[in-house]
Write a new protein. Structure first.
Length: 260
């Protein structure tokens, strides 16, 4: 990267679409990409939260409503982005849901909800992004998985399954795009528990929320639950040309949890 490019921002001139951008990791990723020069399309099912997040960033950043489980909604979001901004360079699949439940107590409805958003939503996003990116010479797809997609947890049956699916889907996408010569890279990011509204919601199901939160922090070698910027910095790297030889990788940001 040249000195001029560094001054302009690490992703200067890139067009990025981020799902789940109304809050949590998605919002932090949108903020980080915008701060480094990208034009960001924030998407979410939460229209009020998404509009607030985009409004806080200001022009040229915009919000579009998107249910990641809806193929037609994906097609509209990508097509509108390309029409308005010319292309798509970066997709961050950050939308996700989690339910703290073991295999005996997970209902089929809960299983379908978690896998629908986390696994199928990511699958649909990859498909839609590839269609746009291959037409303009490439791009970077970043799938937010979880350390729970690498190391299992007894109380996260559906979540572990969905995030494990994202992990291997990412590798398959990376190999396909490389073999086809599309110039598209695809990598997955694997956070441990991060201080987000989603994690707060999962902890709400615990009998003692404070005790459970403290237990999670103690389980991480660095001794704390992660912050959204811990993930956003890694996503920025994968979105930038600094990672131009990185594809099919799984990058953990878990305070050492998976090192045990």
């Amino acid at each position: 990267m040249t000195a001029a490019a560094r001054r302009a921002g690490r992703v200067a001139g890139k067009i990025a679409l981020v799902t789940g951008a109304a809050s949590g990791i998605g919002r932090a990723c949108a903020q980080r990409l915008a701060s480094e020069g990208a034009s960001v399309v924030l998407t979410d099912r939460d229209v009020r939260g998404g509009e607030a997040a985009a409004g806080a960033l200001g022009a040229p950043h915009t919000f579009r409503a998107l249910d990641v489980t809806d193929p037609a909604a994906w097609a509209r979001a990508i097509d509108e982005t390309v029409r308005a901004l010319g292309r798509l360079d970066v997709l961050v699949n950050a939308a996700g849901v989690g339910i703290m439940r073991d295999i005996e107590h997970t209902t089929l409805e809960e299983w379908r909800l978690v896998n629908g958003v986390n696994a199928e939503g990511t699958f649909l996003g990859c498909q839609a992004a590839i269609r746009a990116m291959k037409a303009t010479g490439g791009g970077s797809i970043i799938n937010v998985s979880s350390v729970a997609g690498i190391v299992a947890d007894a109380d996260l049956a559906a979540y572990c399954a969905s995030k494990g699916a994202v992990r291997l889907l990412t590798k398959s996408v990376a190999l396909h795009a490389a073999r086809a010569g599309y110039g598209i890279r695809c990598n997955s990011v694997h956070p441990a528990f991060i201080d987000t509204p989603m994690v707060d919601g999962m902890l709400a199901a615990a009998s003692d929320r404070g005790l459970t939160r403290a237990k999670l922090a103690r389980a991480i070698p660095l001794g704390r639950i992660g912050e959204v910027d811990d993930v956003a910095h890694l996503v920025l790297y994968l979105a930038s040309d600094e990672s131009k030889f990185v594809t099919g990788a799984e990058l953990v940001v878990d305070g050492g949890l998976s090192a045990r």
